[in-house]
Write a protein that binds this ligand. Structure first.
Ligand code: SF4
Ligand code: SF4
Length: 204
């Protein structure tokens, strides 16, 4: 939540790459994941490996393979501006098999630019009302407790209600920092993210 706005988060990733300056980038797309990533999505065979010295070109090519316009991905534009690389197809030289044979037109991904999240001082108030939050599907949950163990916040932001481990844990959104570890580590895919009602209403 320190970087709740997706564009701030993207700028941080660009900063990291500017600092680290990776010399060679690899993307394993033999099996991709669509939908509710990074853990609870659906596996999708794409049968592709991408290699590049340009991280922005590599990302942009991966975007095109899943039928996603790189223009809507904040790291592409910000990375381009920072001199990390290019996302314009006319400036990217592809070698190997042609991209057309890999394009997955119906890949399940959001194809619109991410919404801005508030950066104001009222962030703590706003984050709970506007930003996506993890929610447990009580039907899928097996009460294994992995999400409780993995939550990095102290006291836990997802925990057993009054210590009762026979029921799914519940979230405390005032404590939750939106790291989504609970979603990522749930072995049942029982944690999904949902934008609160006010956030959905105010979303353009
Ligand atoms: S998103 Fe992170 S902080 Fe929030 S409940 Fe899940 S693991 Fe804990
Ligand atoms: S990790 Fe998933 S299945 Fe296990 S208790 Fe948490 S939500 Fe339920």
């Amino acid at each position: 939540m320190k970087l709740a706005d997706p564009y701030d988060f993207a700028a941080m990733l660009v900063d990291l790459n500017t600092l680290a300056r990776p010399r060679f980038c690899v993307m394993d797309g033999i099996v991709g994941m669509e939908g509710n990533g990074p853990r609870s999505g659906v596996l999708r065979k794409l049968n592709v490996l991408l290699f590049s010295t340009d991280p922005i070109a590599l990302d942009a090519t991966a975007c095109r393979i899943i039928n996603l316009d790189p223009e809507v991905v904040p790291t592409a534009k910000l990375g381009g501006k920072a001199g990390l690389g290019t996302y314009h197809s006319e400036n990217i030289e592809l070698v190997g098999e042609g991209i057309d044979s890999f394009v997955c037109h119906d890949f399940d991904v959001i194809r619109t630019p991410p919404d801005h999240c508030s950066r104001s001082r009222a962030r703590a108030f706003i984050k709970n009302r506007l930003c996506e939050r993890p929610v447990i599907d009580g039907v899928k949950c097996t009460n294994c407790g992995t999400c409780v163990k993995m939550c990095p916040v102290d006291p836990k932001a997802v925990d057993w209600r009054q210590g009762d481990e026979s029921q799914p844990p519940t979230h405390n959104y005032d404590r939750c920092i939106r790291c989504y570890c609970c979603q990522e580590t749930c072995p049942e895919g029982a944690v999904f993210t949902q934008t609160p009602l006010l956030g959905r209403i105010l979303s353009p």
